[in-house]
Design a protein around this ligand. Structure first.
Ligand code: SAM
Length: 282
């Protein structure tokens, strides 16, 4: 079975069970975070949202997470593509007016310079390699267009956690041992975690997420190099969800202070963040 087939089986099952939209990235705090990311990006590049959001293509759109994020900007045109029909059916029920197509993001059925923004969320780790998709995103983007990708599992975070869990010293302050064990279990046995929750075949799940299964995620520097090699002129990286953030949810103000502080340290703190997003400008 190849990666695409594994994805169709897993995402088809999740969509039919009505479980997909219960994924953590649909929680209100994450939706607020992704919305604020776009506002910050437009401010930083001094772009008005309308200059970028006139024509949007969403890769691996699933049930329409990115449409939910961007619809407040009055999108002129939004096209979602996915390889799993059942995910698109859920999306169609939620947003009957948008344009959805079955297509493989590694071989897009659109001509060059068609879109002003290409998005993909919780997607790049479901591919054997992100390179073909980066090339395709570049090809279909107009000059000055933007490729956004979000919720990319950060391999540096995984390696950081592994070395922490192998550390033999005792620590004067350490309140997060339980969290560490849980993260490591999910990292090594994500298939088993899903098998337990939904009765899935663990091997198929592992096959649907080759970047997580084989490499513990993607490396930020590899992603930057791949984007630049394909021709993107500017790449902005945004790490998100620092280790232990979920435990601070009861104190949102405290969570924001820690989050802003860690992010202000730039590349120095990036191994503390479980995921990263990027904006790449053509
Ligand atoms: C984890 S889901 C993300 C869905 C949505 N973007 C979200 O954030 O909720 C990954 C989606 O990518 C789709 N997918 C996987 N490989 C694909 C490919 N090569 N081309 C298009 N879609 C793909 C899957 O069918 C699935 O719907």
């Amino acid at each position: 079975m190849d990666t695409i087939e594994a994805n169709q089986i897993i995402h088809g099952q999740l969509a039919r069970m009505g479980e997909y939209d219960k994924s953590p990235h649909f929680y209100p705090e994450n939706i607020e975070f992704v919305k604020s990311l776009f506002t910050n990006f437009f401010d930083k590049l001094l772009l008005g949202p309308q200059s970028v959001l006139s024509d949007c293509l969403d890769l691996g759109c699933g049930t329409g997470f990115m449409y939910h994020i961007l619809q407040c900007h009055d999108l002129d045109n939004y096209v979602g593509i996915d390889i799993t029909e059942d995910m698109l059916s859920v999306c169609r029920q939620k947003y009957p007016k948008i344009s959805l197509e079955i297509a493989n993001a590694e071989d897009l059925p659109f001509s060059e310079h068609s879109f002003s923004i290409v998005t993909s969320y919780s997607f790049l780790d479901h591919l054997d390699s992100p390179v073909k998709v980066i090339e395709e995103a570049y090809r279909v983007l107009k000059e000055g267009g933007v490729f956004y990708s979000g919720l990319i599992p950060n391999a540096e975070f995984s390696f950081n956690l592994l070395s922490a869990s192998n550390s033999s010293g005792q620590y004067l302050w350490n309140s997060y041992e339980h969290q560490l064990t849980r993260e490591i279990k999910a990292m090594y046995n994500n298939g088993a975690v899903y098998a337990e929750m939904y009765g899935f075949d663990a091997n198929i799940l592992q096959q649907a997420e080759p970047q997580k299964t084989q490499h513990h995620g993607l490396m930020i520097d590899d992603t930057i190099n791949q984007l630049k090699e394909v021709g993107f002129k500017r790449v902005l990286i945004c790490p998100n969800w620092f280790f232990g953030q979920g435990l601070l949810k009861t104190n949102l103000e405290q969570m924001k202070v820690v989050d802003n502080f860690l992010k202000s340290l730039g590349p120095v703190s990036r191994a503390l963040f479980k995921y990263y997003d990027f904006f790449a400008v053509k």
